[in-house]
Design a protein around this ligand. Structure first.
Ligand SMILES: Cc1cc2nc3c(=O)[nH]c(=O)nc-3n(C[C@H](O)[C@H](O)[C@H](O)COP(=O)(O)OP(=O)(O)OC[C@H]3O[C@@H](n4cnc5c(N)ncnc54)[C@H](O)[C@@H]3O)c2cc1C
Length: 419
């Protein structure tokens, strides 16, 4: 495949999850000629089965004290929400050290500010991109309810709540009765709840990718199925993308957005990033015997339930076991057991289980950045638990960078070379 003869800049976006697809759509719209490359069907990675939440209140670093203090207990509890496969532990030592470094109070505040800056605009950016593809009804009208089984659980979430206050995110305190009035399916045995009205959810995260993909194609974008295995560079610029089957794609610019696999590709370019995968599971239940209008999170049990994809989705948990180990679906069954404590009438009929790879950086802040080593390369990765939430904002920011539009926020915290 040779260089195109028209004058448009030819951009290859590598990875067609929600991040790559929204970027490809936005760049095409802004006049670039874009080829979106994925080894699978678009949207089949982490973006397929996530919990569909535009979780604008969940930007706090994963290593914050209230989580960190519980990790040892969680890891040694086979039913706990975090599991680390012992054989994998040595391989993630470098990442773990950085994860712990991110827990220093001053760093924590800076990281929270970086997450909050994205979350402040996430919903507006997504809404306006959805308007652009005429898909306004993709977002729920209701928010998310956070559940607390006891006063101690509420107290333990205090760092989260006070951070939300500090950064001006909306929440309302709910008594147990308020919770029940809003969602009758929730158990009587809770202490209280919080309502996050701006935590909307999307009707189906996989369809979300498909909608942006369809709009991208309708605007003249191109999708190429192929596994990226290498790059040909001259003068510190990528000239060709190499695919596993021997094809090469000539490019003027490239965006690396291959989710949890981005680290493998960036290494080939001499730019390693400390990207791990936090594997997560869902159970999609099409006959749940209950109905919900809000999504639900229970911080102390670290699971979530969302009305999505035509049914109810139960998910969460973090499993550290790398990119290649087979799924362990006991993790999804444990999550469903926890969910039943919140939703006693929940039944699991007509259900499917799924595992996906969250692209996780040790400081929880995504990389939205030009490469520090390759002149015509940009990175959009490491969105962790918030890839859907941050998708539209990431697409706008990357497109602004690549079309030289001034960005009204400090992009230093999202740089690829910050580690
Ligand atoms: C259980 C679970 C629940 C979650 N819940 C939420 C939620 O409620 N809200 C939220 O905002 N986020 C949530 N997330 C996180 C979110 O799903 C991810 O952050 C997001 O999907 C990442 O998108 P991505 O496009 O970077 O990666 P992906 O969707 O994984 O896409 C990466 C793509 O790159 C392709 N690729 C990789 N390597 C190559 C290669 N060498 N050549 C070609 N193609 C390649 C893959 O095939 C894949 O299609 C959740 C994740 C999980 C697992």
């Amino acid at each position: 495949m040779g260089m195109r003869e028209d004058k448009k800049t030819r951009v290859a976006v590598l990875g067609a999850g929600i991040i790559g697809t929204t970027i490809a759509y936005e760049l095409q719209k802004r006049g670039k000629s874009v080829v979106l490359i994925d080894r699978n069907e678009p949207g089949r990675g982490a973006s397929f089965g996530n919990m569909a939440s535009i979780a604008v209140t969940e930007f706090l670093p994963s290593s914050r004290p209230s989580i960190l203090s519980q990790i040892p207990k969680w890891v040694f509890d086979p039913e706990g929400p975090v599991s680390i496969r012992p054989a994998y532990l040595p391989r993630m030592a470098f990442w773990l050290v950085r994860f712990l470094k991110a827990a220093r109070p001053k760093t924590m505040e800076a990281l929270s500010a970086a997450g909050a800056a994205l979350c402040h605009r996430a919903l507006t950016d997504l809404q306006s991109m959805l308007d652009g593809i005429d898909n306004r009804d993709a977002l729920s009208s209701e928010g998310c309810i956070s559940l607390y089984g006891s006063k101690a659980e509420l107290d333990n979430d205090n760092d989260h709540i006070s951070t939300l206050e500090r950064y001006g995110f909306d929440y309302r305190i709910l008594s147990a009765k308020d919770v029940k009035d809003l969602e009758p399916a929730i158990t009587d045995h809770i202490h209280c709840g919080l309502l996050f009205p701006d935590n909307k959810s999307v009707s189906d995260p996989y369809l979300l990718v498909q909608k942006f993909l369809a709009a991208f194609l309708a605007n003249g974008g191109e999708v190429l199925k192929g596994e990226v295995t290498g790059f040909r560079k001259t003068d510190d610029q990528i000239r060709f993308i190499q695919l596993a089957d021997g094809r090469t794609v000539a490019v003027d610019e490239a965006v690396l957005s291959a989710g949890a696999y981005t680290g493998r590709l960036s290494k080939l370019l001499g730019e390693p990033i400390p990207l791990e995968t936090e594997r997560g599971y869902h159970t999609q239940i099409m006959k749940p015997n209950i109905s919900l209008r809000h999504s639900i999170i229970w911080p102390a049990r670290a699971f979530m339930v969302t009305p999505t994809a035509g049914g109810i989705r139960v998910g969460g948990t973090v499993e550290m076991a790398g990119l290649d180990a087979a799924p362990d679906y006991r993790r999804s069954k444990i999550t469903v057991r926890h969910a039943k404590e919140a939703l006693p009438e929940l039944t699991v009929e007509d259900a499917t289980e799924w595992m996906g790879h969250r692209p996780a950086l040790p400081d929880t802040v995504p990389i939205i950045s030009p490469s520090a080593k390759v002149k015509n390369l940009f990175y959009a990765t490491g969105h962790g638990h918030l890839g859907v939430t941050y998708s539209a904002t990431t697409a706008q920011l990357i497109a602004d960078m690549m079309t030289n539009i001034p960005i009204g926020m400090d992009m230093t915290p999202y740089r690829v070379d910050r580690f």
